[in-house]
Design a protein around this ligand. Structure first.
Ligand code: MG
Length: 431
């Protein structure tokens, strides 16, 4: 008899996880960042897990979504999008501006919905795989590689969060100049074997970031390098940077904000441009590809709406001769495993994917995921191949419960104001 895969219970657990003081153009990461852990339970007792952004606006949307999920089949993945259409989004929760903290383009109701869908889709795939004895990659058509390569995600960072702020201590030290960035890269290479390096820019004036990339090229000759200022530069500044260090870059990521500006930059340089900001939805593809504004799309299964949508995006990129790789925001092991499964099925994945995971000292899994030679092995165990650690989940949920609300919404500018009271989110372009 086949297993009864009717969903009988859905659990939502918001948590706060430690995050180091990583700098970006909006400010600095908070000491703790919200994530949402999703579990679906089927009638035969199988549990699947998923993960997504944990700010209140996601949680508020996930609650009615979870109610509608009960009674449906865990295999009804297309139905998740129907539910998404039925769940209304509180428009006051959407700024209409560039998303705060996440730096993933303009915030819309659709992106919010899809980010919630992604967690349920991953949880359903996990449960389905477990019930059928198949890994998630097999449910997605099968892996075309046994391991997925990731890049070292370098950040300018402070040694500590501002004095007086409760935070976990990290052992990475400060990186606020070229020497600090090179030292951080060296440790990434030693600890995880990464060979591609991405520097999160838009923090210091472009000349300082150019110097950091040059220092990386000197310290790690031949290694792929990327620089991502999150749209902080004007077209002229983007072209100046491309002119100066284009020869040592694998690609330049979102130098300028928005498709028209990216198209202007792309028209005047041979340096490939990557994005996770101007192509973040299917609706944004046509204009960007028609204008040849981007050469690599950095997918993110959270805001693209799951693993199968990520495969569809990859197919469209392949059709247009545009490269594809993967973006990362602060995430835990469930999402990293989900990324790895889908990445293993994408034939045209020719760039190492991004991952924040090394920065996350806390997780909700029984075993930490380990990179070998910069790669993660693709699990062949049923489902995602990971197991929730309920004690860790409860501990991180307790932290969320105990928070007075200040940290439940990620706000990098607010976190920066603790150190610099006059700080405001810089206007774009900043340089
Ligand atoms: Mg980016």
């Amino acid at each position: 008899m086949s297993p009864d895969l009717t969903i009988t219970d859905v659990r939502l657990t918001p948590i706060l996880v430690a995050d180091p003081p990583l700098l970006n153009t909006q400010g600095v990461h908070q000491p703790y960042t919200p994530r949402l852990i999703v579990e679906v339970v089927t009638a035969d007792g199988t549990t699947g897990v998923g993960e997504t952004y944990g700010d209140t606006k996601y949680l508020e949307l996930a609650r009615p979504f979870a109610e509608k999920l009960t009674g449906r089949q865990v295999s009804d993945l297309n139905g998740l999008f129907t539910i998404a259409d039925e769940v209304s989004v509180d428009s006051s929760r959407i700024s209409g501006q560039v998303d705060v903290g996440g730096l993933r383009g303009v915030q819309t109701a659709d992106k919010l919905r899809l980010s919630v869908v992604s967690a349920f889709e991953v949880a359903c795939l996990d449960a389905l795989g477990k019930a059928l004895g198949l890994p998630v990659h097999a449910l997605l058509g099968g892996k075309v590689r046994d391991a997925v390569e990731y890049s070292a995600y370098l950040f300018y960072k402070w040694a500590d969060h501002p004095e007086g702020v409760a935070a976990e201590k990290d052992d990475w030290g400060a990186a606020v100049d070229p020497a600090g960035v090179v030292e951080q890269a060296r440790r990434f290479k030693e600890r995880y074997g990464f060979t591609s390096f991405k520097l999160k820019g838009g923090v210091f004036p472009p000349d300082e970031e150019i110097a950091a990339v040059r220092a990386l090229a000197e310290a790690f000759p031949g290694h792929p390098l990327r620089l991502d200022p999150n749209g902080a530069w004007s077209v002229a500044t983007s072209l100046k940077v491309a002119e100066e260090i284009g020869g040592i870059l694998e690609y330049l990521e979102d130098p300028a904000l928005g498709t028209p500006a990216m198209a202007e930059v792309a028209a005047k340089t041979d340096v490939p441009l990557a994005t996770n900001m101007c192509v973040t939805t299917f609706a944004e593809i046509k204009e960007a590809f028609t204008k040849d504004a981007v050469q690599v799309v950095l997918s993110d299964h959270h805001y693209w709406g799951g693993l199968r949508n990520t495969q569809q995006l990859a197919a469209i990129c392949r059709t247009f001769g545009v490269g594809v790789s993967m973006h990362s925001n602060t995430h835990l092991g469930i999402s990293l495993t989900a990324m790895t499964h889908v990445a293993s099925t994408v034939p045209n994945l020719h760039h190492a994917c991004d991952s924040h995971y090394p920065w996350q000292s806390e997780d909700v899994l029984t075993e930490r995921l380990t990179f070998t030679d910069g790669k993660l092995a693709v699990s062949d165990a049923p489902g995602l191949g990971v197991e929730l650690d309920r004690d860790k989940l409860a501990f991180l949920h307790r932290r969320w419960l105990d928070d007075d609300g200040a940290l439940r919404e990620r706000d990098d500018a607010a976190a920066m104001r603790v150190a610099e009271p006059d700080w405001v989110t810089p206007p774009v372009p900043r340089w």
